[in-house]
Design a protein around this ligand. Structure first.
Ligand code: ZN
Length: 237
């Protein structure tokens, strides 16, 4: 079910699902009832009770949405949740990936409650700084002491791209410049995210393994008809 799971702060857990949890995306041609059943199984395994993970319609952009209560998923590539005067609970959040970097962020509010976020950091998202945008929104909602967990994604030694694309993207985020193990141009997505977080003084607690090299994770580059796994954050007793 979970590739990685940890209670990262008292009452706050972060997890990344694996291929055994199955495809969690509704947009890849899978049977919707099967997808919703799998999402419910993940929620049960996380101990969510009657709460649900909020998913979003991801479009490789850099929009960040605040989630105060569960509802129809926003069109966005990052979500933030926190306790506010209008919302009494931090909402469980989910980001879906298969090679892009699933980023989970947790910070502390002045009143002791957590401020949480997820972000979908693929090539366009890293180039357009979706993760820094999420950090800015978290700070807007009072977060300090922010840490990040980067789930499994395609690594810088596997993510082959055309020479011009490597030049264009690494002009924006130099840390993404990479080469494959077979010597062709590549991009290193997690290195790009780590560099962006370092600039914002966000501590990276975990940076996951390579999806292309692990059959127990979904990889779009290995199989373009693949499912999606999820990065998750939720609060609990
Ligand atoms: Zn790799």
């Amino acid at each position: 079910m979970f590739w990685w799971r940890n209670e990262v702060r008292p009452g706050v857990s972060v997890a990344f699902t694996d291929a055994d949890a199955g495809n969690l995306a509704l947009h890849v041609g899978d049977n919707p009832d099967d997808v919703l059943n799998r999402r419910a199984q993940v929620e049960a395994a996380a101990g969510l009770g009657r709460r649900c993970f909020q998913y979003m319609d991801q479009v490789h952009g850099n929009a960040v949405e605040f989630i105060g209560s569960f509802g129809r998923g926003p069109t966005a590539d990052a979500m933030v949740s926190a306790v506010t005067p209008s919302f009494a609970e931090v909402q469980p959040l989910s980001v879906m990936v298969a090679d892009c970097v699933p980023v989970v962020l947790v910070g502390d509010n002045a009143d002791g409650t957590p401020v949480v976020a997820v972000a979908h950091a693929g090539r366009p998202g890293v180039a357009s700084a979706v993760v820094p945008a999420a950090v800015v929104q978290m700070r807007h909602y009072g977060a300090s002491n922010i840490s990040a967990w980067l789930g499994p994604s395609i690594c810088g030694a596997c993510y082959e791209v055309p020479e011009q694309l490597r030049a264009d993207v690494s002009a924006l985020v130099p840390a993404m410049w990479s080469s494959t193990t077979w010597g062709t141009p590549a991009l290193d997505l997690p290195a790009g995210v780590r560099a962006q977080l370092a600039e914002l003084d966000v501590t990276v607690e975990y940076s996951g393994e390579c999806t292309l090299e692990n059959d127990s994770l979904f990889s779009y580059r290995r199989d373009s008809r693949t499912g999606r796994f999820a990065g998750l954050v939720w609060t609990h007793d």
